[in-house]
Design a protein around this ligand. Structure first.
Ligand code: LMR
Length: 394
């Protein structure tokens, strides 16, 4: 059996992590995987996370199982963070999941369980693991235009033209904020138009929100998800705490499914619990508990939000600096879009040969599609990247 296994395609993001590690050159720069790094290149444990963990060690009396859905207090705290008061809580089913990827997977399994024939629409491009899981599960997949490579902004006309074909019951995957891999995001007016279209067609939004607080602020980044939650009968939301709480390896995610009414929510909750049981029984608790402790304690929450805001502003500053360095070096405003993009990523829109040249000649690692993790830079490496981009002739 095991001798006949077909090789799987390597995940491009994770393959780059290995490639970077193996590069012996001094001064190499990692702008690949979406992990936040501070100016010293460290991914720190956030202050509030440390404090909550200390408190947890002191006070936790048991490690007995929670429930199949995970700790309800965690789900409630996250629901508040993401949805605010946009929807009546009696309509929201939720389960803890191992990370945002686990939430995406459980959301897709829920979809398959509900309607095998429905298609899911993915933005072109999207996070590569989205189509990978969709294909793995054998779910019919469609794509909609999203990024305009000429302007490096959202191709909203293309997006709406493609989404004109959605059918009632199809799912449309949207990035709640900080689009991965492009960094180009919908404006509030565009979110409004998407909501109108989904309401008119009966398609169901599936929102992946993995970077809340990294774009324009915690509430600002939730504009789209809250709008859709307030307007539509059904919404699926896959959330991750990996980035905004910095708890990557703890695998802390949440899947929420907003149902049309309380009765449908009850059935949805039972189905989600069942799906958790089939896949891994109980979701991991440590990260979830730490997140819940932070969100429910005013002092810890304030400290977490302040540190997250420092991270967000730091990334914005690097965006401004890089755009300005490139403006000077190229004598053009071609790269000003970097300062307009939001979140951890920007797709530079340069050809793959140039990305490979940056890697080979300058030891600067971007994803092949020219996605750059802005948090991999610091004040000193921004000019190095700007000069390298000019050297390879972008
Ligand atoms: C990324 O896009 O780099 C992150 O979401 C990490 C991952 O798992 O791919």
């Amino acid at each position: 059996m095991l001798t006949d296994l077909a090789p799987q395609p390597a995940d491009k993001i994770l393959a780059l992590v290995e490639m970077f590690r193996a590069d012996p050159r001094e001064g190499k720069i990692d702008l690949g995987v979406g992990v936040y790094k501070n100016a010293e290149g460290v991914t720190p444990v956030m202050r509030a996370v440390k404090a909550a963990e200390r408190q947890l060690v002191e006070t936790q009396e048991t490690k007995v199982y929670t429930s199949l859905a995970g700790d309800p207090a965690y789900a409630a705290a996250m629901r508040g963070l993401i949805l605010g008061d946009s929807v009546d809580v009696s309509r929201v089913a939720a389960v803890g999941t191992p990370g945002g990827t686990g939430a995406v997977r459980q959301g897709l399994e829920l979809m398959q369980y509900a309607d095998k024939a429905a298609s899911i629409w993915l933005s072109l491009p999207t996070w590569p693991n989205h189509p990978s899981i969709v294909k793995y599960l054998g779910i019919p997949m469609r794509e909609y235009r999203y990024f305009d490579n000429a302007t490096r902004a959202v191709d909203f006309d293309g997006m709406m033209a493609d989404l004109a074909d959605v059918k009632a019951g199809d799912l449309v995957l949207l990035h709640g904020c900080c689009h991965n891999p492009t960094g180009a995001n919908l404006t509030q007016t565009q979110w409004d138009a998407v909501a109108d279209h989904l309401a008119a067609t009966g398609a169901v939004p599936f929102i992946d929100i993995a970077y809340q607080g990294f774009g324009d602020g915690l509430d600002e980044d939730a504009y789209g998800v809250r709008l859709l939650a307030s307007r539509l009968p059904e919404v699926i939301i896959a959330a991750s705490c990996s980035k905004n709480f910095g708890v990557y390896r703890e695998r802390t995610g949440l899947l929420m499914a907003i149902a049309p009414d309380e009765k449908a929510k009850g059935e949805t909750q039972k189905t989600l619990n069942f799906l958790n049981r089939q896949n891994y029984s109980f979701p991991p608790d440590h990260g979830a508990r730490v997140v819940q402790m932070i969100l429910d304690d005013p002092a810890l929450r304030a400290d977490w939000a302040a540190e997250l805001e420092e991270v967000r502003l730091g990334m914005l500053k690097l965006r401004e600096q890089l755009a300005s360095e490139l403006r000077q070096r190229t004598n053009s405003d071609r790269f000003d879009f970097i300062a307009q993009h939001r979140g951890m990523f920007s797709r530079l829109g340069i050809p793959t040969e140039k990305v490979l040249e940056l890697r080979e000649k300058h030891a600067i690692y971007l994803i092949d599609d020219s996605r750059m993790n802005i948090a991999g830079l610091n004040e000193k490496t921004v000019p190095v990247l700007a000069q390298a981009l000019v050297d390879v002739g972008v």
